[in-house]
Design a protein around this ligand. Structure first.
Ligand code: NAD
Length: 253
């Protein structure tokens, strides 16, 4: 079945300037039908409408809280009845937190893990089963350079730990699902120009970070989206269990 008969599910693709939305566009441009799932239902619908309008594919925008199993179940049940089968899943929904470790409460720790790790589990567990049954799938996790270098950008210990958990998640899942034709990879972006920090990254901090980026600029959402679309291609089937850096050279290892 060519990808033009399949749906790519992108979580957290509602935000206007986010990596998820750019990824939805890149995947639709490659022929995928799209399902945009986001906590922000209006954003998800607007994003899906934009994708369908611009690329002429089917696009579904659904309100969904990935931390809530029943919400994930309902969204996937709807897609099962209305959309072509899922061929790709991009675990993009994520939240960050700069709180220094000695001030991190248990509730804050759980909040960060709930979206980045448990949320990815809630949806991957269900979508992967169908992919394995059909013998084809592409799963991509949005980890972060913070997982690799131990913070040092914006997110603190909780965020770095959650993003590192995603790397282990992706690698172990790649091993299990390889025989079923499902690849699982992670991308690790550096500082990408989006609204995830909610305006909390001040100019001085940003300038300091910029000095350490050999490419001389922050990343664009398209820099990450293009890579994800590449990993989701049918022809990328021999790439699995890998982590791809998109950080302008800010972390070379
Ligand atoms: P963003 O804030 O623009 O987008 C995140 C989206 O996730 C939002 O639309 C939000 O509504 C959604 N979301 C949050 N909680 C959710 C939940 N419980 N259920 C469903 N949706 C939920 O952020 P972004 O910068 O585009 O980040 C996308 C991903 O990339 C995140 O996982 C982030 O950690 C990762 N990342 C970002 C950067 C960066 O510099 N921007 C760097 C490395 C990794």
């Amino acid at each position: 079945m060519p990808i033009t008969d399949r749906t790519a599910i992108v979580t957290g693709a509602g935000s206007t300037r986010g990596i998820g939305r750019a990824t939805a566009h890149a995947l639709a441009a490659a022929g995928w039908h799209l399902a945009v799932l986001d906590l922000d239902e209006a954003g998800a619908k607007e994003s899906a409408d934009q994708v369908a309008h611009r690329h002429g594919v089917q696009a579904f925008g659904l309100g969904c809280d990935v931390t809530d199993e029943s919400s994930v179940k309902a969204a996937l049940a709807y897609l099962d009845s209305a959309a072509p089968p899922a061929g790709a899943l991009v675990n993009n929904a994520g939240i960050t937190s700069p709180v220094p470790f000695l001030q991190v409460t248990g509730a804050e720790w759980d909040r960060i893990f709930a979206v980045n790790v448990r949320g990815a589990y809630n949806i991957t567990r269900r979508v992967a089963a169908g992919m394995a049954g059909r013998g084809f799938g592409r799963i991509v996790f949005l980890s972060s350079v913070s997982a690799e270098r131990g913070g040092g950008v914006f997110g603190g210990v909780a965020y770095s730990a959650a993003k590192a958990a995603q790397l282990g998640f992706a690698r172990a899942l790649a091993r299990e699902l390889g025989p079923a034709g499902v690849t699982v990879n992670a991308v690790a972006p550096g500082l990408i120009d989006t609204d995830i920090t909610g305006g909390a990254l001040d100019e001085e901090h940003r300038a300091r970070l910029l000095e350490a980026i050999p490419a001389g600029r922050t990343g664009r959402v398209e820099d990450v989206a293009d890579l994800i679309a590449y990993l989701c291609r049918e022809e990328s089937g021999y790439i699995t269990g890998a982590t791809y850096d998109v950080n302008g050279g800010s972390h070379i290892h």
